[in-house]
Design a binder for this molecule. Structure first.
Ligand code: NIG
Ligand code: FE
Length: 388
């Protein structure tokens, strides 16, 4: 069934050939048919369709592409958050708390939690989500985490190299052998990507390199968590390997920024993390001015960033990271698509997947201008309306 969305006050197309970054059109309309965008133009010229949606002058955007989340977990770490807000520092070791809770949970409980969080994301305009494992850290628990994640998305990422679990604390090399051997073998059938947390207290650059190499040999594409807690070699490794994306990028040297520009690796910034850990925000302005491609994602997880809200990330990026509202919206749509190597999402152009968000506000500016306000009125995924 075809859907005409008309009376669109502002349409964000992300057309790369437009004069402005977002390819904005006013008084626009679009037709969604057979799961894709079938027509875009002036409302006055709109063709007939099986059903008509009056956008009421609201803005229509491409659905948000959240390229970084950790939704397969059990329990929460509210107490850790309380302690941080009282002055404790964030440390990667908190991940082990969630690992214990996740191992103890049933598959059904894990799936119910993912379903809840994906629904939260959807209500806030996210139409594509990447989901990582990384709270199982045994062969069986990583495999089932990815099997659960794959019920909700094609963008699944094996993150066995999240931290060294307690039982391998005295033998990190043995754990890397497990990750690159039997754990990878069990995870690979359910994963598209492989990731590692390259940071002091997690995995060093040689270990991260070994994990990515083993993943590549198993047919998985690489991405990295890097330079979240301090400067380090992870971003340079991502650029050297020509990875599609490297995530966090909070502490960067000038050489890191140059390397990202030259490799074309997308720097995925995760402002929910800095919000929730009271760390300095990444400098998006510096990256954009240097010509680095930037994405925004939620990093939704129970430790460092328990938000599922891309609108919040957009508002934080504008207020705290030097991005214009247009740059932030672009980074959360086209940027996220680039960070996942996806050409079918992140824009509203002919033939793209019909993933769209209708705001109860006249322009994309309102996402940052009205922080914390639920502006999303309707969300279409492959042309299907998902809100009541
Ligand atoms: O992306 N940095 C590493 N991993 C997650 C945090 C996970 C946690 O604290 O549970 C992140 O921030
Ligand atoms: Fe993460």
């Amino acid at each position: 069934m075809s859907t005409l969305i008309t009376n669109v006050g502002e349409l964000v197309t992300n057309d790369p050939d437009a004069d402005d970054l977002l390819g904005l059109r006013s008084d626009a309309a679009l037709v969604l048919d057979e799961g894709v965008v079938a027509w875009v133009g002036d409302a006055a010229d709109a063709p007939a369709a099986d059903q008509v949606v009056d956008a009421g002058g609201g803005a229509v955007l491409p659905g948000f592409v959240d390229s970084h989340s950790h939704l397969v977990f059990a329990g929460d770490r509210a107490e850790e958050f309380r302690a941080r807000m009282a002055g404790e520092r964030y440390a990667a070791g908190g991940i082990r708390t969630t690992v214990a809770a996740t191992r103890a949970a049933t598959d059904d409980a894990l799936a119910a939690n993912v379903e809840r969080l994906v629904a939260e994301m959807r209500r806030q305009g996210t139409t594509t989500v990447e989901i990582k494992s990384g709270y199982g850290l045994t062969v069986a628990d990583e495999a089932r985490s990815l099997e659960v994640a794959a019920r909700f998305t094609d963008e699944t990422t094996f993150l066995g190299a999240h931290v060294v679990p307690q039982e391998y604390a005295g033998d990190p090399a043995g754990y890397v052998e497990l990750v690159t051997g039997p754990m990878l073998a069990a995870a690979a059938p359910h994963a598209r990507w492989i990731d590692a947390f390259c940071e002091t207290g997690a995995f060093d650059v040689d270990q991260a390199r070994a994990v990515l190499a083993a993943g590549a040999a198993a047919g998985l594409r690489g991405r990295l968590h890097a330079n979240q807690l301090g400067r380090g070699p992870g971003v340079a490794l991502a650029a050297e390997l020509g990875l599609t994306a490297v995530d966090h990028c909070t502490y960067l040297t000038d050489a890191d920024v140059d390397a990202l520009r030259e490799s074309g690796t997308v720097a995925t910034l995760l402002p929910g993390v800095e919000f929730s850990t009271r760390q300095p925000y990444p400098d998006a302005r510096r990256l954009l001015d240097a010509g680095v491609r930037v994405a925004l994602a939620s990093d939704c997880n129970p430790g460092s960033s328990y938000t599922s809200s891309i609108p919040l990330c957009i508002a934080l990026a504008v207020r705290e990271m030097g991005m214009t509202p247009a740059e932030a919206v672009h980074a959360a749509t086209a940027g996220g698509a680039a960070a996942l190597g996806r050409a079918d999402v992140g824009a509203l152009a002919l033939g793209r997947r019909a993933d769209a968000v209708l705001l109860g506000a006249p322009s994309h500016l309102h996402l940052a201008y009205r922080p914390g306000v639920p502006l999303v009125r309707q969300v279409w995924v492959a042309g299907e309306a998902t809100q009541a």
